[in-house]
Design a protein around this ligand. Structure first.
Ligand SMILES: *Cc1c(COP(=O)(O)O)cnc(C)c1O
Length: 374
């Protein structure tokens, strides 16, 4: 065991004291108003978040999962419908489709960016395709130009799963402004994290925004009058207060993540050149916000163990592609259905990355990684 201090994948306790005071002040205000669900802080946060993303409307909801769910509900996704998404993502991207009794249809990923491969999209579209839901995995946008072009030609709405990608952009256009709607998560480990579960949907369309606001309140149009069946997908006021305190720091935190990624890139470039390691790639014109810094290594589990022995935490996002999940067995996919997703699931390794990680720690991780693949 290495005698030096362990390096965590993410440490949410490394907190700026001034920010902690601002959070306490804003949370105190929530208690002073006594409005704990959908209070004034929520309205303020929705305006600030919409402005941050560059979208006309932001609708705060209870989680990123519920953001995806309510977006698909707004499109009327239901039994018999198909929603196209990536097989290499967090479970919610497809789970929400199934919860609406619709069918997730997977399209394999591009190995370089881990995102849905637009070249394979057209073949997956059927008369039942109700939405296309690309995922901006690890903080990098999917290749949205061809995806939007194909979807537009067919008149199929696009919902971005931007849960890992706040601040990312594709050819100068921000994640969250590219499709009909986008889902964001403020789970504590995300680039903008609350003190519990929260999420948001963004849209430029006023009618869609009204519909989303109704759906998150049991489909109410006015108090106790329900035009449709929705759910309780509201955001707590305390989450809005915490997120309002953190939002002004998001840009600098994302810059720090990019600087850490650049430093890993320099430190690891020799190993990458000799083919022992594949570094994450920022595709041309796409601004990566490195929610995760994910390398590929052939003996991934062995490397993980060696790093753990030196006190360095890593993670695997995600070890089982969604088409191989037990709950999706009935979809009829099998091993070999999506070879790139399956290969990625065996090779990916996420290294520590968060705004509070020091340069020394980055260097130590890089050195240990090089040693472990020597
Ligand atoms: C985190 C995440 C979600 C779900 O967000 P929660 O807030 O945890 O419900 C959905 N999709 C992706 C890609 C995510 O990373």
């Amino acid at each position: 065991m290495d005698s030096r201090k362990p390096i965590p994948l993410l440490d949410l306790t490394r907190q700026d004291p001034e920010l902690a005071r601002e959070i306490a002040r804003r949370v105190g205000e929530v208690f002073a108003t006594g409005r704990f669900v959908m209070g004034p802080a929520n309205e303020e946060f929705e305006r600030a978040f919409a402005a941050e993303v560059g979208s006309a409307h932001a609708i705060g909801v209870s989680s990123g999962t519920d953001a995806l769910l309510v977006a698909l509900m707004a499109l009327g996704v239901g039994p018999g419908d198909e929603v196209i998404t990536s097989p290499f993502t967090f479970f919610a991207s497809a789970g929400e489709v199934s919860r609406l009794n619709a069918r997730p249809v997977f399209v394999d990923i591009e190995p370089g960016t881990f995102n849905l491969d637009p070249a394979l999209l057209e073949a997956a579209i059927t008369a039942r395709t109700k939405a296309i839901q690309p995922v901006h995995l690890y903080g990098q946008c999917a290749d949205m130009r061809p995806i939007l072009e194909i979807a537009g030609r067919r008149g199929i709405p696009v919902v971005e799963d931007a849960c890992q990608a706040i601040g990312a952009a594709d050819r100068g256009r921000a994640a969250g402004t590219l499709g009909a709607m986008a889902a964001f998560s403020f789970y504590p480990t995300k680039n903008l994290g609350g003190a519990g579960d929260a999420g948001a949907v963004t849209t430029d369309d006023a009618g869609t925004a009204r519909l989303l606001r109704s759906l998150r309140m049991h489909g109410e149009t006015e108090r106790y009058h329900h035009a449709r069946v929705g759910g309780n997908f509201r955001m707590d006021a305390i989450q809005a207060a915490v997120l309002l305190a953190k939002l002004p720091h998001l840009k600098s935190w994302n810059e720090r993540r990019r600087a850490i990624a650049a430093r890993y890139g320099e430190r690891l470039s020799d190993a990458a050149l000799s083919g022992r390691l594949t570094l994450p790639r920022e595709a041309p014109g796409r601004r990566h916000v490195y929610h995760q810094y994910v390398v590929r290594v052939p003996d991934r589990d062995g490397v993980r163990e060696k790093l753990a022995a030196q006190g360095i935490a890593t993670a695997v996002f995600y070890p089982v592609p969604l088409h191989r999940q037990e709950c999706f067995a009935e979809l009829g996919y099998r091993e070999g259905s999506f070879p790139e997703a399956e290969k990625a699931a065996k090779e990916v390794l996420a290294l520590p990355i968060f705004a509070g990680l020091t340069d020394d720690e980055v260097d130590r991780v890089a050195e240990a990684l090089i040693d472990s693949i020597a």
